[in-house]
Ligand binder design. Sequence first.
Ligand code: GLP
Length: 260
Amino acid sequence: MAEVVIVPDQATGGDIAARRIASLVHAKPDAVLGLATGSTPLPVWSALVALRLDLARVGGFALDEYIGLPEGHPESYRAVITREVVEPLGLDPALVHVPAEGLSANALAGAGEAYEAAIRAAGGVDLQILGIGRTGHIGFNEPGSSLASLTRVKTLAQWTREDNARFFDGDVARVPQHCVTQGLGTILRAGQLVLLAWGESKAEAVAAAVEGPVTASVPASVIQLHRDVTVIVDEAAGSRLRYADYYRQAWDQRPEWDRR
Ligand code: GLP
């Protein structure tokens, strides 16, 4: 079962996730992080900045990237990761990877395999940060994604493009139609998963992911197949969890040796 932590606010949740990263980096200064974009992980990055760790040897692999944005577009996930993660945290840009980077349109078919090979060459992802979409997607694995999928090109669902239009001046027509995303199988290979969610709009997806059946229709439900998952939610995002009382009890009473 996933460890579910219900926090009073995003700052507390970000701090718990940042401490997970800090203890990993203490043990392994060249640890590899899986980096999610979107607004959800922002409190994690700011909490991590406040811990003032030396992260110069830490590597990173972004979960996904749009296809078709001009190089340097401010909403490309490379630009977002550079602005929100690499620069504030002092990561070495040479160690931070984004799928399909620098590939011409006709080379995209090989983008997935190339990314999988790069992850393997770095020794795998040690800790994967995840957000969750309203439909239960993680990365850009839309409903119907194979639970065993690896990095590949996907077509974005219309509802995801509508959700992400806010980053493109509200104009859904400007949101790319395709992306390259780590697969659900890729995500499962990470050493530990930390999934975060804030707000009522995520409550249904969180409950389905944590407590519903494992199904490709709710891609995030694949986390139930991983041995080391922490789900950090605020009260609103956790409001549909049937076993919320038990999660609170388990967190409050977690053994001393398990306080990471
Ligand atoms: C996008 C990203 C996901 C992210 C999701 C939720 O679709 N590809 O990685 O988890 O949006 O975004 P937000 O965190 O902004 O709610």
